[in-house]
Each structure stands twice: as structure tokens, then as C-alpha cells.
Design a protein around this ligand. Sequence first.
Ligand code: FES
Ligand code: FES
Length: 201
Amino acid sequence: MSGGFGGAAVMGRRRFLVVSTAAVGLPLPVSGRASRSSPDLGPAGAGATSTVGLTVNGERRSAVVDNRTSLLDLLREHLGLPGTKKGCDQGACGACTVLVDDRRVNSCLTFAVMHDGARVTTIEGLVRGGRLHPLQQAFIDHDGLQCGYCTPGQIVSGVACIAEGHARSREEIREWMSGNLCRCGAYTNIVTAIEQTAKEA
Ligand code: FES
Ligand code: FES
């Protein structure tokens, strides 16, 4: 997949991966398709299950999962939250971005069992009292989407980008959003939506 938010995209995406994977204790994926694949415990882990309890969007949830289940599959397949999207399933696109204890994480790259007790926020959790989050509204107002597949990850990542204080300029937004790819190339309007929301925050 090519493209990105700008010239700093490659370095920025790598920095994003360092931050997100380090936050959950996983090694940084290196180049090469095999090394970027979903978590795999191998034969020794096959069939073993665990009960995982998390607070998801403010609600206590739990599920019994195979230890090899990714956080993304836990959310989508076990907890009925399909808003978080599976794009590459290899840590390369950012479509699966969620917040774990307020930090951005590629949920396809990390095991659910590693997050027992964590607080997870997905795109569904940004709506408050029936009202869209200001960044969700800004994506609508500024046409920050085309097909919409990358959009949940873009918005969750954008919320964190603003909260981190990394939305002070368009260049900074491009750098800190470079882990989220958009096949439709809606980058200009995505940056505008984040920029406007940051100014009004
Ligand atoms: Fe997780 Fe692409 S689906 S990074
Ligand atoms: Fe289509 Fe981003 S809006 S991939």
C-alpha cells in the first residue's frame, strides 16, 4: 500500500508503530510480509483459552477466547463491536486503531489476553449522549472520507493525536497521523477535520 499524509509518512508510520507496539510490549515489526502478520503463539499455544475482562467504552465486558485471539477479533467477533475495521491485519494500515488506556494501538497486532483489565475505547465509544464526537462531526463537515473504510481508525487516531498535543500544525498532524493510511486519498480533508477540531477544543 502506498501513499500517506505527506513526505514524513514513512518515518512517521514507523514511529507510530514503535509507540503503539511498545505500549503493549510487542516487538516492532520489521520489514517483510511474514514478520508483520497477526500474533501467532504457534502450536504450543493452540487451543488454550483465557477469560479476558476489559472496560470497553465504559462498560465492563468479558469473554473466553483462544489465547491467540487478537484484540481486534475480540472486539469484532466476541463483543459485537464491528466499528473497528480489519484492513491489512498486519499492522500496516491503522484501520484497526483503538485506544487502550488512552494510547493508540493497532488492535490487529496485539493479543486480547495482554489487555486483561485495560480500558479500551473504540469508535462506538466516542458518541456521548447520542451526540457525535466533535471530530466525527468534523469528518462529516469537511468530507474527510470517501469509502469510509479507514474512517473509524482515522477518527480514533485523530482524537488521540489532538489529546497528545500533536495537532498544532498541518505538518504535525500529517506526521502523527501517518500510521493511518487511506486508500481513497482523503488526506487533505482528514487533516482539515483534525486541525479544525483541535482549534475548537
Ligand atoms: Fe491493523 Fe491494518 S488492520 S494495522
Ligand atoms: Fe476510503 Fe479512506 S476513505 S480508505
